[in-house]
Design a protein around this ligand. Structure first.
Ligand code: NAI
Ligand code: AKG
Length: 355
């Protein structure tokens, strides 16, 4: 892997490899861009096929956070941590405290939070070693319900565009992954009268959605081909690709998963097929908007955070509008929204030096 070449072409600031023999920690902290402020992005724990896969995931996710935070109007840059290991069997207090010490050593350039495979308890262990961790139980808490609410609002915006109404009653939504976000999203959709088709690799997660929301279940590899109005990827990334696109029968792709497009060209193909793709980092910003509220000088305010998350509706509309006006796919329109803000603020910061 040509790490410095990747860092140069995609403008990464730092990639930190963290290793601790006693706790077994093997982690990567990637800091992409801190033009707007300290890098904020969650900590993912996952079993990767190779160390290269883990580093690639950290890099892609960190860059996604730069764009997500910029487009959401936050004064934050982008970063992410990836811990290599099985989140169901390899966790320990020592492992997360060890990671916390690495984060502390960065002195605030990077702030962590939950992501796939990590939870409030893990964040508490990190907090023993550093204050640069958000999303703790006593402050903003688990970001997943906020992410789910943001996805729901973004879906409404997309539905208004495609179906002429933001009412999701009777619409069929296929959810891939009913974990923390997928479960909470399913709840909003069920309450709004949508019909749900779900899948997951964990049986307990499927059972919960089927029992609580009368969802229909399909096997993991069948979810792409189901007849539905909206396909909501809420598991892992790169699931919009050459194999899955020909199977899709939906009119909208809108879900929480980060890095849904395997490659940018897959966003072009969706557009050619007449499927509206709601860019992942626009629609899934609810969690980070919520945790970022903790950094407010007056402290965390839940109502304010919910109000801001709700505005994902408007951001999705803005991106769709830009895509139409500039005749570009939605993923490219989202990138322009983020890049224009970073460029404008970088110019302001160059204006004069504050001593
Ligand atoms: N938790 C949050 O607030 C945020 C999450 N995201 C993204 O949303 C996605 C979901 O996050 P969480 O719900 O927190 O994670 P989670 O780990 O709680 O849920 C993911 C679910 O997907 C399932 N899954 C994994 N691979 C699958 C496959 N091939 N087919 C079907 N199901 C599969 C897992 O079994 C799990 O139940 C991730 O991509 C994450 O990065 C993005 C922004 C914030
Ligand atoms: O929501 C979080 O916990 C932090 C933000 C993040 O990692 C994400 O949005 O992917």
């Amino acid at each position: 892997m040509k790490i410095f070449e990747i860092m140069e072409t995609k403008d990464y600031e730092n990639v930190i490899l963290c290793h601790d023999k006693t706790s077994g920690l093997k982690a990567i902290i990637a800091i992409h861009d801190t033009t707007l402020g300290p890098a904020l992005g969650g900590c993912r724990m996952w079993t990767y096929d190779s160390e290269e896969d883990a580093i690639n995931d950290a890099l892609r996710l960190a860059r996604g956070m730069t764009y997500k935070n910029a487009a959401a109007g936050l004064n934050l840059g982008g970063g992410k941590t990836v811990v290599i290991g099985n989140p169901r069997t390899d966790k320990s207090e020592a492992l997360f405290r060890s990671l916390g010490r690495y984060i502390e050593s960065l002195k605030g350039r990077y702030i962590t939070a939950e992501d796939v495979g990590t939870n409030l308890k893990d964040m508490e262990y990190i907090r023993y070693e550093t204050k640069y961790v958000a999303g703790l139980a006593e402050t903003s808490g688990d970001p997943s319900p906020f992410t789910a609410y943001g996805v729901y609002r973004g879906m409404q915006a997309a539905a208004e565009e495609i179906f002429g109404t933001l009412d999701l009653r009777g619409k069929v939504v296929a959810i891939q992954g009913v974990g923390n976000v997928g479960y909470n999203l399913a709840k909003h959709l069920y309450e709004a009268g949508a019909k749900l088709i779900v899948t997951d690799i964990f049986e307990d997660n499927v059972k919960r959605a089927v029992e609580e929301f009368k969802a229909e279940y399909v096997k993991p590899d069948e979810i792409y081909g189901v007849e539905c109005d909206i396909f909501a990827p809420c598991a892992l990334g790169a699931i919009i690709n050459d194999e899955t696109i020909p199977q899709l029968k939906c009119k909208i792709v809108a879900g929480s998963a980060n890095n849904q497009l395997k490659e940018e060209r897959h966003g072009d193909i969706l557009q050619e097929k007449g499927i509206l793709y709601v860019p992942d980092y626009i629609i899934n910003a609810g969690g980070v908007i919520n945790v970022a509220d903790e950094l407010n000088p007056s402290g965390y305010n839940r109502d304010r955070a919910i109000r801001k998350v709700s505005m994902i509706f408007d951001t999705v509309k803005k991106v769709i509008q830009k895509s139409k006006e500039e005749n570009i796919p939605t993923y490219a329109a989202a990138d322009r929204v983020a890049e224009e803000r970073i460029k404008a603020i970088a110019a302001v910061k160059d204006n004069y030096i504050v001593k």
